[in-house]
Design a protein. Structure first.
Length: 260
């Protein structure tokens, strides 16, 4: 009897492992995004922001400031005013936004391992672990577009591991029009799915209002279904360089902006 129970338990665990392996890692992965308090701040105001974290845009958890590898503010003249923390999760430009034009906020979460095992997840490589299901080394990058007065060009390239580049300033768009974007992943045009949604569309996990695909140039167009604050998300996976240490290298990129 005990032997039969033991065999049944092994079969159940095996089935669960197989089912998990058949799911893409990004299907249940958290992702980050930039929340600006004001996407059209007045000249002379400071820029205030938080980093969202979770599955439900725009209201879920927050990424703490010490989880960031970099965060940069690029001004209209390509100047880089500092962004400083005001609490564990809140950040602010150190100086006021003194010039009219477009400001790009770019941030990157600290890259790292995450290994899912039969006993749970661990933030380490799979080397030496038992019951490994899948290991990922993740790069997570975020951008946001803010406009002070009349917006200028928004297609500034920051050089993130995965980067969404708006080819038109969202401030020039209205509901029913399209935002053209270019996506670069690991230095190459991204070939894959693009998802987009707007604040208030849904409270369900990983639910998006619009989906499309990039072309060979890594370019796509997002239909602006209505005015509001928008998020665009892409994800990309390649094999990890050392298969004994990890399985895949994962890239997630987000872009947030407002359309009036």
């Amino acid at each position: 009897m005990k032997k039969k129970l033991h065999m049944s338990k092994a079969l159940i665990i095996g089935a669960l492992l197989l089912a998990t392996l058949l799911l893409p890692l990004n299907a249940y992965a958290h992702f980050p995004w930039i929340n600006l308090t004001d996407y059209t701040p007045d000249k002379g105001a400071a820029l205030n922001l938080t980093i969202g974290w979770g599955h439900h845009y725009p209201l879920d958890g927050f990424l703490k400031q010490d989880a960031l590898e970099t965060i940069t503010l690029i001004g209209p003249d390509k100047d880089t005013p500092k962004i400083i923390p005001t609490s564990e999760v809140e950040l602010q430009s150190e100086t006021s936004l003194s010039r009219e034009g477009t400001y790009i906020v770019a941030a990157q979460r600290k890259a790292g391992f995450y290994t899912k095992t039969a006993l749970g997840g661990k933030s380490v490589s799979k080397k030496g672990l038992k019951g490994v299901i899948r290991c990922s080394y993740s790069h997570m990058c975020m951008k946001a577009v803010a406009n002070v007065g009349k917006g200028g060009r928004a297609d500034m390239v920051v050089g993130q591991p995965i980067e969404i580049i708006p080819l038109e300033n969202p401030s020039n768009l209205r509901a029913g029009e399209y935002l053209p974007i270019r996506v670069v992943a690991d230095g190459k045009p991204y070939d894959g799915d693009v998802f987009a949604t707007y604040a208030g569309f849904s409270t369900k996990k990983n639910t998006f209002a619009y989906a499309t695909k990039t072309d060979k140039k890594g370019e796509a167009r997002i239909k602006i279904l209505q005015s509001g604050i928008w998020l665009v998300k892409v994800s990309h996976e390649i094999p990890y360089t050392d298969p004994e240490q990890c399985d895949i290298q994962s890239y997630v990129g987000t872009l947030t902006f407002m359309v009036e």
